[in-house]
Design a protein around this ligand. Structure first.
Ligand code: GNR
Ligand code: NI
Length: 166
């Protein structure tokens, strides 16, 4: 297993639309293992392969208190989303130090393949619901700051460029 480098906004890889995984082979298994190690090391609750510059539809998450409940979601898709919404403060490992409120459907169900290629469906609410939506957005080249005002986004871009210089 290996910790991979997380790409920081505005790295162009973060805007790519990721390709569906066709076979769950050794390469994908290694990718999943590395993503879990990278996510836990960075103390995130989720990570999309896009963030480590692998443009494939692979997501890992762990929204448990203890951090002992990894979820692997390959080719994830939202099946149902509630009309009820919830607002919460989100952050992103690709935009370090930035947090802002994002409104999303409060409850979703999603379908995905697990690490052995089995299809499953899961109901999510709370942090996990926000997280799977945040991760699928990554796979589609979207970031949580896209909904903020252009003034805020500009400030964030400057902050990230300064981070890179220091
Ligand atoms: O660590 C993370 N926290 C978080 C908080 C609220 C909603 C989504 C997230 S995901 C984020 C890790 C990350 O950047 N995943 O792409
Ligand atoms: Ni993120």
């Amino acid at each position: 297993m290996a910790i991979r480098d997380i790409m920081i906004f505005p790295h162009p890889c973060l805007r790519k639309v990721a390709a569906e995984v066709q076979n769950i082979d050794d390469e994908i298994q290694t990718l999943v293992d590395d993503m879990l190690e990278t996510m836990y090391d960075a103390e995130g609750v989720g990570l999309a392969a896009t963030q480590i510059n692998v443009i494939k539809r692979v997501v890992v998450m762990d929204c448990s208190e203890a951090g002992d409940s990894p979820i692997v979601a390959i080719n994830p898709m939202i099946v149902t989303a509630s009309s009820e919404t919830a607002e919460r403060s989100e952050g992103c490992l690709s935009i370090p130090g930035v947090h802002d409120n994002v409104t999303r459907p409060a409850q979703v169900t999603f379908r995905a393949l697990d690490r052995s290629g089995e299809s499953y469906e899961m109901a999510a609410e709370g942090l996990l619901a926000a997280c799977i939506q945040h991760e699928i957005d990554h796979l589609d080249g979207k970031l949580f700051i896209d909904g903020l005002s252009s003034l805020k986004r500009d400030r964030i871009r400057k902050k990230m460029e300064k981070l890179k210089r220091d």
